[in-house]
Design a protein around this ligand. Structure first.
Ligand SMILES: Nc1ncnc2c1ncn2[C@@H]1O[C@H](COP(=O)(O)OP(=O)(O)OP(=O)(O)O)[C@@H](O)[C@H]1O
Length: 252
């Protein structure tokens, strides 16, 4: 369970303070699948980075299973981040390495640093990595250099790597943005499958509203740093969407 309380994020820029998140209050129960939507600059990525402990909020807290992760000592924060998978728009794989080696990177947080540096993974790490590769249908490609795979396959490798972390929370920042519509659906289906089969909580930033409505269990809409909708995909009305994307203003 994630409890976001009175979260505010202000960046102090050369042009003065920039309020990016304002008074965010959300409860995200285990196993939820949340799509965060909103216009560019609404604060979606900033919100995700706060959930991952990458950003310390200006004020407020993010309590995960009883612990406020925004004020953790470095070591504890590293431990927390081991349990959070992060999927990026640009896949963030190591191109010159094999598919399997990339998935094994998901195990690094469980290894002492020296073993990680030498790539000395244990049997269990290989087993977990191969299991995840199988689940994304890429077992046959384990020795292939990852940059020889298609974009959709690379994103599936990235998902397998995140799943190899055995995360309780999976964050994804526009994971389908660089993919064609068919591959985008495939990535969303994969995330939903892991969400349902493993009970992993998923929070995803996404511009494609159709995919958000089809695959998420819950929509959270941000407008200029505030939550303006939090509810089911079914109940998200045209009016809210128009207002969110300021469509009427744009057409006027
Ligand atoms: N570290 C930072 N320092 C200063 N400003 C920042 C920083 N990070 C983000 N911003 C600003 O905060 C605002 C919100 O950015 P954010 O990336 O969270 O938006 P977003 O909703 O994810 O947008 P997009 O959909 O384009 O990714 C933007 O104006 C951005 O320029």
């Amino acid at each position: 369970m994630i409890e976001v309380r009175n979260l505010n994020q202000t960046f102090y820029t050369a042009k003065g303070p920039l309020k990016v998140l304002m008074d965010i209050n959300l409860d995200i129960p285990k196993g939820d699948f949340v799509a965060v939507i909103g216009r560019s600059g609404a604060g979606k990525s900033t919100f995700l980075r706060t959930l991952n402990g990458l950003l310390i909020p200006t004020t407020g807290s993010v309590v995960v299973n009883g612990t406020d992760i925004t004020r953790l000592p470095k070591r504890e924060l590293q431990k927390y981040r081991r349990t959070v998978g992060f999927i990026f728009q640009q896949f963030n794989l190591v191109n010159r390495l094999s598919t399997l080696d990339n998935v094994l990177h998901g195990r690094l947080g469980y290894l002492p640093t020296w073993r990680g540096l030498l790539g000395l993974y244990g049997e269990a790490d290989y087993r977990i990595a191969r299991q995840q590769l199988e689940r994304v249908d890429l077992a046959a490609k384990e020795n292939a250099r990852v940059d020889s795979l298609s974009g959709g396959q690379q994103q599936r490798v990235a998902i397998a790597r995140a799943m190899a972390q055995q995360p309780t929370l999976m964050l994804a920042d526009e994971p389908a943005a660089n993919l064609d519509p068919v591959l985008s659906e495939e990535v969303m289906r994969t995330l939903r499958r892991f969400n349902e089969q493993d009970g992993v909580t998923v929070v995803i930033n996404i511009h494609a509203l159709d995919l958000a409505l089809k695959y998420a269990k819950r929509i959270v809409a941000f407008k200029r740093g505030r939550v303006v909708y939090d509810g089911s995909p079914e109940q998200l009305s045209e009016e809210v969407v128009d207002d969110l994307y300021e469509r009427k203003e744009m057409l006027a």
